[in-house]
Every structure is written in structure tokens, then in C-alpha cells.
Design a protein around this ligand. Structure first.
Ligand SMILES: Nc1ncnc2c1ncn2[C@@H]1O[C@H](COP(=O)(O)OP(=O)(O)OP(=O)(O)O)[C@@H](O)[C@H]1O
Ligand SMILES: [Mg+2]
Length: 286
């Protein structure tokens, strides 16, 4: 493990248009973003605004229709082991034990058969999973499966880790523990992370910087630096600067979520919906 921070993501004026019946779908337009080596950057925005599209572009699964996407100055030509990806759905091999799942990542990286087992055990130890090395994925809780997924993504020794709502399927207590584990691992590996979440508190707690996207076609609405010191602690989440950021980000997202839901909501507000309702509430309408 090197002590130099790694992984610089540069996105310049990127646009993505998907082919669709009746014309193209413009998913993102004119997006420029920077993730510095070792930085933790989150992407938030209303559903369908193009967050996954952007992340998939960096992963090499989606090609930009316009603009540039570079990792460490090199244009992305497709998926590669320099970029680890973790999705919300657990993507472990169910027929392999926890350790063999991690060893798979090491094998992809060309680690010799003899070195794989000790390396996998070290990685699992960092995620508190050593006691489960011989378990199979369906014997694990959701949080544990996702931890194995992160460890497996890290096993290829990537420059950057791309995470698309990795904790979206977990309950809120498990999420908090996962956030702390991820922060610890990120500090040990010193790689950059691009992280998508719908959870504003999660984005603030984890990130150095947050990009807020507009409704589709997704553009960058705001770039916000998180002014909290590291290491982050649970107490910080009730501090004034933290609460201020939550309010600010909620207001930005709300505007865009209303825009994404269409003009009816925007014009009527959330109480009106332009539906006539008498003093008895909806009972006289239905
Ligand atoms: N392969 C595809 N082909 C056609 N349209 C697509 C494709 N992938 C995404 N889209 C469209 O592009 C837009 C952006 O989708 P994307 O999945 O990037 O949004 P998102 O911000 O990740 O949403 P969510 O928060 O719901 O995950 C959506 O309108 C979606 O329907
Ligand atoms: Mg998405």
C-alpha cells in the first residue's frame, strides 16, 4: 500500500445522450467536476438526474456523447481494475466463500495463488470480517455483504473507488456503522472516492466536497466544500455547521426534486395540486 494519495478524476463539459424510441434522452449536459487524489466527493440530486450515468462514465460503462472524462490524465476507454465499483445491489459470487470472493479481486490483479490468501485475510481484517472468511454470502447480513463488496473492490488496488448508493438498502443504524468503517478504510487506502447517495447527512459526514445536480438533464447546480475537520465524529452531526449544511443542501435538492416531478407540483405547491378540496378534506371529493 503506497502512502501517496491516488486517483484524480477530471470531467470536462461532459454530456450523455442515450438512444431511445422517439429521440434521444439527454441524461447529463455540460458537467465539469474534479476529484483530487485522495479526496472523498459525493454526488447528490433528484432521482433520474443522471448521477449513475456520471459514475458509470467514470467506470467506463457509459461513453460521453461530448466532453472529456479522465483518470490521472488518461481518457477512459472502458472498465478497468484501476477503478473499483460498488453498487447498491450486492454483487458477490454466491458460490464462493467470503475469502474466495476477495481472492477473486486479487486474482484479477495478478496476485499469485500463494499470496492471495494472506492478502485477502488482511483486507477482511480491516473490515472486521475475518471471523466470517469461510461463510458464504447468503449467510451474511446486508451490511456484512456490502462490506465484503467494498473489500473485494479494494482488492484490485484501484486508484479510485466508485460507489453508487452502496448503503441504500441498509437500515439507518447499519448505515451509520458502515459510514465509519468506510471512512476508516478510505483513510488507510488513501484513494479517491466518488460516492452517490440520497442521504444528505451521509454525504456531509463522509465528504470533502459535494456536487449537487439539477433535475435532468443533469448539470452541476452547486459545488460545496464541507468545512468539517477529520476525523469526523458522531458528535459533529449535531453541530451548528453540520446542521447549516443540511438545511442548505435540503433547500437546493427540494427545488430540483420539485422541478423533476413536473410543472404541476411546482405551480400548485405541495398543498394545492390544483384539486378542489372542501372543509371536510378529501372525503367529500372521493
Ligand atoms: N441505458 C440507458 N438508456 C436510456 N436511458 C437511460 C439509460 N440509463 C439511464 N437512462 C436515463 O437517463 C436519466 C438519468 O438516469 P440515471 O440512472 O443516471 O439517474 P440517477 O440520478 O442515478 O437516478 P436515481 O437517483 O433514481 O438512481 C434517466 O432519465 C434514465 O431513464
Ligand atoms: Mg442512480
Amino acid at each position: 500500500m503506497s502512502t501517496e494519495a491516488r486517483g484524480c478524476i477530471t470531467i470536462r463539459n461532459a454530456a450523455v445522450v442515450f438512444d431511445a424510441e422517439g429521440g434521444g434522452i439527454e441524461a447529463v449536459r455540460g458537467v465539469s467536476m474534479d476529484v483530487e487524489p485522495g479526496q472523498f466527493v459525493s454526488l447528490i440530486g433528484p432521482s433520474g438526474c443522471g448521477k449513475s450515468t456520471l459514475l458509470n462514465m467514470v467506470a467506463g460503462f457509459v461513453h460521453p456523447s461530448d466532453g472529456k472524462v479522465l483518470v490521472d490524465g488518461e481518457p477512459i476507454r472502458g472498465p478497468g481494475s484501476d477503478r473499483g465499483v460498488v453498487f447498491q445491489q450486492y454483487s458477490l459470487f454466491p458460490w464462493l466463500s467470503v475469502r474466495k470472493n476477495v481472492e477473486f479481486g486479487l486474482k484479477m490483479r495478478g496476485v499469485s495463488a500463494a499470496d492471495r490468501e494472506p492478502a485477502a485475510r488482511t483486507l477482511l481484517g480491516l473490515a472486521g470480517l475475518l471471523a466470517f472468511e469461510n461463510h458464504y454470502p447468503d449467510q451474511l447480513s446486508g451490511g456484512m455483504k456490502q462490506r465484503v463488496g467494498i473489500v473485494r473492490a479494494l482488492a484490485t488496488n484501484p486508484q479510485v473507488l466508485l460507489m453508487d448508493e452502496p448503503f441504500g438498502a441498509l437500515d439507518s443504524q447499519t448505515r451509520v456503522v458502515m459510514q465509519e468503517i468506510l471512512t476508516n478504510m478510505w483513510q488507510q487506502f488513501r484513494i479517491s472516492v466518488l460516492f452517490i447517495t440520497h442521504d444528505i447527512e451521509e454525504a456531509i459526514f463522509l465528504s470533502d466536497k459535494i456536487y449537487v445536480m439539477t433535475a435532468r438533464p443533469g448539470r452541476i447546480k452547486a459545488e460545496i466544500t464541507v468545512p468539517l475537520a477529520r476525523p469526523r465524529t458522531a458528535e459533529m452531526t449535531s453541530s451548528l455547521p453540520f446542521m447549516d449544511m443540511v438545511h442548505r443542501l435540503k433547500a437546493l435538492i427540494r427545488e430540483e426534486s420539485l422541478a423533476a416531478m413536473g410543472t404541476e407540483l411546482r405551480e400548485g405547491g405541495l398543498t394545492g395540486f390544483s384539486m378542489p378540496v372542501g372543509p371536510e378534506g378529501v372525503s367529500n371529493v372521493l
